[in-house]
Design a protein around this ligand. Structure first.
Ligand code: SDX
Length: 431
């Protein structure tokens, strides 16, 4: 922890408390309430963790007011333009940009862990072909803990390192297998001669019957999508991975828990829900109808891909994604894609509407990503699995950081109990 930088005074019910405060390298100060219950017999209450810092971390910083996202201090816009995903993985894992030698060694290690145990293929056959690929990913990623017994000891730093490399290397292979299984095509093995993004596209779209050349435009766009989704501070799925890891669970099980949490439409499932919404809108003239529904308190409909717990300004990833959508669809000769036109007009209309402006609802990372993924040939069901693939490095980096914290302990929140007070059992004949 950093040195204490202040004290917060809390007075209630005749009690006067002084709570230590700490300042981050950037962002809001924190009030340490760890001893509040012991000193005053009260809990704080913050169900959605809207005002709660759950941990100390040095990996990712978000300034929601400014719309800023930094991976180890580097702005996401610069990394998306100048870096590539495996270099970003190294940065998130180790805290610095790799030298040429470090990058080569890291890429060699990851590339040679891309295959999965051959028996893992059998797990897929137990699923229905129409299972959502996230269902197969949760199961198969969790099953990795049944195969790689030499990287399950979370107290051994070397085994934590091996598990991290294995996870980054194998999740693309499993994600591609989930896709192939869902469309009834044979699995395609990794090719070590291809880079990370090209290899993923090859495993998804190659077929044994003919050669498949990866389109370099799509490979670059795929790599950028991976980078934009790599980490995002203490979001719901990362907090899930940290909480699972705090009990000492193995890394494969923790990442499987993260995948399960990401699946929800309020979180990583929003990219699939957003494209389905854009297609339901269909044409620009139907946008006002959906805007009205999003504003109607009695209608549960929300604009998918809009709004964010932290960003009260543009999500910087959405800006990069929008530029990438224009570039990729333009290069593919489908710049007049009707879904992209609806998305741009929806964004324009929403950002002129006082409801969205007053509530500071802007497009988030999920608003444009689906348009690019669909242009690449992916079905909507593969959008969240690709998000999970991208976020695996963030989950595992945060998991490693948590376990290397000497103050780490199992996460165990308390509650505001509003149920029945103590009462005696009543025999059924007396009820
Ligand atoms: C991701 O946390 C992360 O970092 C996540 C993520 C990551 O990289 O890990 O960034 C990835 O999950 C992005 C978010 C994807 N989800 C969606 O696009 C789903 C649609 N968005 C919403 O469901 C919502 O905006 C959330 C879940 C993203 C944020 O919800 P909050 O912070 O709990 O905000 P809220 O629900 O309290 O909304 C505040 C107000 C409400 O109105 P009031 O009750 O104050 O009158 O804004 C309204 C909401 O009704 N609102 C929306 C809206 N989002 C919020 N109204 C219409 N459409 C929307 N999309």
């Amino acid at each position: 922890m950093p040195d204490q930088t202040g004290t917060a005074k809390l007075s209630f019910a005749g009690k006067e408390l002084e709570l230590p405060m700490y300042s981050p390298s950037v962002g809001p100060d924190v009030i340490d309430i760890g001893k509040l219950y012991a000193q005053a017999g009260v809990f704080t209450h913050d169900p959605g963790f809207t005002s709660t810092s759950s941990c100390e971390s040095a990996i990712t910083f978000i300034d929601g007011e400014e719309g800023e996202l930094l991976y180890r201090g580097y702005p996401i816009e610069q990394l998306a333009e100048k870096s590539h995903y495996l270099e970003v993985c190294f940065l998130l894992l180790y805290g610095h940009l790799p030298t040429a030698e470090e990058a080569e060694a890291f890429e060699f290690r990851v590339t040679r862990h891309t295959m999965v145990h051959e028996q893992l293929l059998k797990f897929f056959s137990g699923y229905r072909r129409d299972a959502h690929p996230m269902a197969t990913m949760v199961g198969v990623v969790g099953a990795l803990s049944a195969f790689y017994h030499d990287s399950l000891d979370i107290n051994d730093p070397w085994q934590r390192e091996v598990a991290a490399i294995r996870m980054i290397a194998k999740v693309p292979t499993i994600t591609a297998m989930a896709y192939k299984y869902s469309i009834g095509q044979p699995f395609v093995y990794p090719k070590n001669s291809l880079d990370y993004a090209a290899n993923f596209l090859h495993m998804c779209f190659a077929v044994p019957a003919e050669d498949y050349e990866v389109n370099p435009i799509l490979a670059r766009a795929m790599d950028r999508i991976f980078t934009l989704h790599a980490d995002h501070e203490q979001n719901a799925s990362t907090s899930t991975v940290r909480l699972a890891g705090s009990s000492g669970a193995n890394p494969f099980a923790c990442v499987a828990a993260g995948i399960a949490c990401l699946w929800g439409p309020a979180h990583g499932g929003a990219n699939q829900a957003c494209l389905e919404m854009l297609k339901e809108i269909g044409t620009v003239d139907r946008i006002p109808e959906f805007i009205a529904r999003a504003k109607d308190k009695d209608d549960p409909f929300r604009l998918m891909g809009f709004g964010h717990r932290v960003y009260k300004n543009f999500d910087p990833r959405a800006k990069v994604m929008k530029e990438s959508a224009d570039e990729v669809l333009g290069l593919l000769g489908i710049e007049n894609n009707p879904t992209l036109q609806v998305a741009k007009e929806l964004e324009r209309i929403a950002l002129e509407d006082s409801y969205f402006v007053d509530k500071k609802l802007y497009p988030n990372v999920d608003f444009y990503s689906g348009i690019i993924l669909e242009a690449m040939g992916f079905p909507t069901s593969m959008f969240t699995p690709i998000f999970a693939l991208s976020r695996t490095v963030g989950w595992i980096s945060q998991w490693k950081e948590m376990l290397s914290d000497p103050n780490q302990k199992i996460g165990r929140p308390r509650q505001l109990y509003t149920g029945e007070t103590r009462r005696d059992y009543i025999d059924v004949e007396d009820r």
